[in-house]
Design a protein around this ligand. Structure first.
Ligand code: MN
Length: 475
């Protein structure tokens, strides 16, 4: 795919290679749509014409495989993390265009807005409180510096023009606190339906005042075209499908939740921040994107930038770190597998300590040797089964900061009220599954048959049809 990659060109590309399933019309927005998309997850993207009878179609799951993401980035899968890291380290500033060159501002709704009628917003999981926008890139400007931040947060639709959101304590939270302290609203834009690379860039783990849209430019190899919002100074991708413009209100809270989140559990009902909607703009015939919570598109969009960051972090201290993987079984957040070329005894335990401190979501770390593929959980389990002794190779840390969405942290805070879960106090565990540097004979040599990797089965089997092997069976 080229630098002109758009959501629409990507969908066409997927369709041309039989990776886009067009579902029947009028699929109900409540549960049914998400159920169908979940069944297609990781095999085909899903396109829903007239969902719930709505004129705007919905797409889901177009970034639900690691190889598709590599393909969108135009690199082999093995170079995915290096490419993302390079883009994060070499951002490309965006270029501003006027409204006439911004398809996303072709149609504007600025009066009597009812978001529930304007957009087809699905209700996803069984115990969700109602419809949620799950693929909205929330863009805001730092009130102190004017530099933008992009993040995807969950957005509960409360009424025709109000939405409640979960803001984790990162950059957007800092902006909101600064505005809230002065009793001012924070202008925001929620962008739905962007190209695969901008979607991925939104998840980059960067310091504050690093605009994720510049990483999108770097991934594209060209500045991203942006346009000024019609009601604020926020800049949004000009080629997006839909933009909701609004304000995070100071001092206002409304109930939000429950909502089925990435660990495949629900977060509880809480009083949370509120966005008032001022305006909705969109393309002439827009496409709405929904991410099915806890499925591969959701998990991978978080995993790739995290892996790239964790790999860079570990390699700074340990050049022998060759690869990292956040496994699917660990919801692409909690379980980190590290491929490591150990040069001195004990080093692998230092790698564990470094990894556990690198991100609060990392809960269990397994370090393996360079003959183990960290992308294959069976090989990692094999290393634990044969190269790990719990009394020598296990590291446990009690009472560290973990993920607030990990339900087992409730127990870790020794049976306090449900709100204790939000503190996310968690144990951490590291497994050193590397073999000793020196050992007798071949006791730690992985069994291999010479030539097993070079066998060309087509060639070896080509002559067989002419051989009358059944004659050998005659008694
Ligand atoms: Mn940021």
């Amino acid at each position: 795919m080229s630098s002109t990659l758009t959501l629409r060109s990507w969908l066409k590309h997927l369709a041309a290679s039989d990776r886009l399933a067009v579902v029947r019309e009028h699929v109900p927005l409540k549960h049914r749509l998400a159920a169908i998309a979940k069944n297609l997850d990781g095999s085909k993207a899903a396109f829903f014409p007239r969902p719930g009878g709505h004129a705007i179609p919905i797409v889901s799951g177009f970034m639900a495989r690691r190889e598709w993401i590599a393909e969108a980035m135009n690199v082999p899968e093995s170079e995915l993390l290096a490419r993302f890291r390079h883009a994060a380290e070499h951002p490309v500033p965006w270029r501003e265009v006027g409204r006439e060159a911004a398809p996303v501002q072709t149609v504007v709704h600025d009066k009597d807005i009812d978001i529930r009628a304007l957009l087809p917003i699905p209700t996803h999981s069984e115990h969700d409180s109602g419809p949620y926008i799950t693929a909205g890139l929330l863009i805001a400007r730092n009130p102190k510096t004017g530099i933008q931040n992009v993040s995807i947060i969950r957005i509960q639709v409360n009424s025709k023009d109000r939405m409640a959101v979960l803001i984790l304590p990162r950059h957007l939270f800092t902006f909101y606190q600064a505005a809230d302290a002065k009793g001012e609203a924070l202008p925001v834009a929620i962008v739905i339906g962007v190209d695969p690379l901008t979607l991925l860039a939104s998840q980059a783990i960067m310091p504050i005042d690093h605009d994720e849209l510049e990483i999108a430019g770097a991934l594209h190899g060209a500045p991203l075209a942006v346009v000024k919002c019609l009601s604020s100074e926020v800049r949004v991708p000009a080629g997006a499908e839909i933009v909701i413009e609004g304000r995070l209100l100071p001092g206002v809270r409304e109930t939000e939740g429950p909502f089925g989140e990435f660990p495949k559990y629900y977060s509880d009902v809480e009083e949370r921040e509120v966005i008032a909607i001022d305006l909705v703009s969109h393309r002439k015939d827009p496409i709405y994107h929904t991410i099915i919570p806890a499925e591969m598109e959701h998990l991978l969009l978080g995993a790739i930038p995290r892996e790239a960051t964790l790999l860079a972090h570990l390699q700074r201290s340990f050049p022998g770190v060759l690869d990292v993987h956040l496994s699917e079984g660990g919801v692409c957040r909690y379980h980190l597998f590290v491929k490591f070329s150990k040069k001195r005894e004990g080093e692998s335990k230092n790698v564990i300590m470094c990894a556990l401190g690198a991100h609060y979501d990392v809960k269990h770390v397994v370090v393996v040797d360079d003959d183990v593929d960290v992308h294959d959980p069976k090989q990692v389990e094999w290393a634990i089964a044969t190269r790990f002794q719990a009394d020598r190779d296990l590291i446990v840390v009690s009472g560290a900061q973990g993920s607030i969405l990990d339900p087992s942290t409730t127990v870790a805070t020794s049976g306090r009220a449900a709100s204790a879960q939000l503190e996310g106090v968690s144990a951490k565990m590291g497994l050193d599954a590397t073999r000793p540097l020196s050992y007798a004979g071949h006791i730690f040599t992985k069994v291999k048959i010479p030539g097993e990797d070079e066998v060309d089965l087509d060639q070896e089997l080509a002559a067989a049809p002419g051989i009358d092997w059944e004659k050998r069976l005659v008694e």
